[in-house]
Ligand binder design. Sequence first.
Ligand code: FAD
Length: 310
Amino acid sequence: MSTLILAEHDNAHLNPATAKAVFAAAQWGGGIDILVAGHNCAAVAEAAAKLDGINKVLVLDDAAYQHGMAEPLSAVLVHLAPSYTYIAAAATSFGKNVMPRVAALLDVMQVSDITKVVNPTTFERPIYAGGAVQTIEAKSEKIVVTVRASAFDSQPEGGSPAPVEAISFDAPAPKARFVSRESAGGTGPDLATARVVVSGGRALGSKEQFDSLLTPLAEKLNAALGASRAAVDSGYAPNDWQVGQTGKVVAPDLYVAVGISGAIQHLAGMKNSKVIVAIDKDPEAPIFKVADYGLVADIFEAVPELTEKL
Ligand code: FAD
């Protein structure tokens, strides 16, 4: 009963979501190996090897895996699958791209986005935008799992690092070709794993106001910026800042909602944050039902004042 975890990285740094997937795997038990597939990714393998309780890190260092394309990665995982009971990754955009292909190629059901390990074959996962929790039992011989990073702690670093073993695999010629990567940029922390998130809603009114009001606050708090879908759809914020049912699910220590009404689809992405602060001029806004601290105020007055006082 052993687990292979697919590491998420940019060839230089291990994404913190991987340590969360390892933490979840430690709960269902058995040995844990990590696969680092990339190019010039020795530093990532080193970081993965430091995580507590890892048997070994398999490194596949080849230009074919440089861009984290799902096709070659799923071929590798299927090739390695006979040695493992569980194949797992974080339920990030990366994990959601690769793992369903693995499950399909192995002809098993994927256990998606788990938030709790009940026993080694039984898991909890949210459904209906977090409105209900489903308990599912995996009965297949191989269990393909994605783990909701915000629901688990990070596996801490252990004493001595696990051995790192180089492997090779000739992935079949891909049908998809990497063209380019465009990033929304930003130098702040990663939204999915940030300890503090400042999110803006429709009330910001324009991209310029979104930037000028929220960026200074986010900088003061060393926060990642997030947005409601209304803000994204209106072009105030990039797509990958969206928090919610159809965006990212976050659970930071502090979530500051600025001019966000708190629709159920937005709450699905942030309601498990440890402390929620909401600023909205409507005292009846549903966001106040989940907020630990609520400020009924005009954001264009309250936010600059808050930033200045901080
Ligand atoms: P609004 O609901 O318009 O709220 C704006 C708030 O700003 C109001 O409460 C208002 O009182 C306040 N306000 C206005 N001016 C000021 C001011 N000057 N000072 C202070 N407060 C002010 N939404 C998401 O966010 N994420 C998702 O992932 C998501 N997925 C969806 C999936 C589906 C299938 C559907 C149907 C919808 C989804 N939505 C999602 C949309 C969601 O239903 C809401 O429409 C959206 O969250 C509203 O965004 P908002 O709170 O920014 O805007």
